[in-house]
Ligand binder design. Structure first.
Ligand code: HEM
Length: 144
């Protein structure tokens, strides 16, 4: 069934898309490869070869964002830890990595979510961008 073009509950749709992605074999390997190709700083955090550890890092970021979008308290707790962790990497973690993360995630979701549509992409962007902007702001002493 086609998804409607106007979502009354965008978060429910995003959650379905997220769960599809998690269940698809190859999703994280593709996400990892796309992110590595798009940002020269990514490999120092994720390694060159996809593996359990790199998948876990990508999954932690995605799950944290989903919890945050759903307004869960755990989302705030994890976001606080994420900011502290990423800031602690100092200028090895440029804010541009967060833009690359979003673009790579959307590329991977478009490929692995069988019901992905341009409307879904717009909802992902408008939902995640404010959270990622806030993360970027917390890294803003670095200017890459
Ligand atoms: C997109 C938004 C992201 C969110 C919400 C996020 C969230 C998190 C969280 C919650 C943690 C665990 C912090 C802790 O428990 O101390 C973490 C750790 C980490 N993140 Fe992110 N992350 C994001 C993007 C990224 C990106 C783009 C990279 C690098 C390419 C990255 C690399 C790491 C690494 C290396 C760790 C430490 C893992 C470890 O200690 O084993 N994250 N992140």
């Amino acid at each position: 069934m086609m998804r409607p073009t106007n979502f009354s509950d965008g978060i429910t749709e995003l959650k379905k898309s997220y769960e599809w992605c998690l269940c698809q074999p190859g999703f994280f390997a593709f996400f990892h490869k796309t992110l590595l190709a798009s940002n020269p700083y990514a490999s120092s955090f994720l390694g060159e070869q996809p593996n359990e550890q790199s998948h876990q890092i990508l999954k932690t970021g995605l799950s944290t964002l989903m919890l945050k979008l759903q307004g869960a308290k755990a989302g705030d707790t994890l976001m606080g830890r994420a900011k502290a962790k990423h800031r602690a990497y100092h200028d090895a973690f440029p804010p541009s990595l967060l833009d690359s993360w979003l673009e790579s995630f959307l590329t991977a979701a478009a490929r692995f979510d069988p019901k992905f549509t341009p409307e879904m992409e717009a909802i992902w962007r408008s939902s995640l961008s404010p959270i990622l902007d806030e993360m970027k702001h917390s890294l803003s002493s670095f200017n890459k």
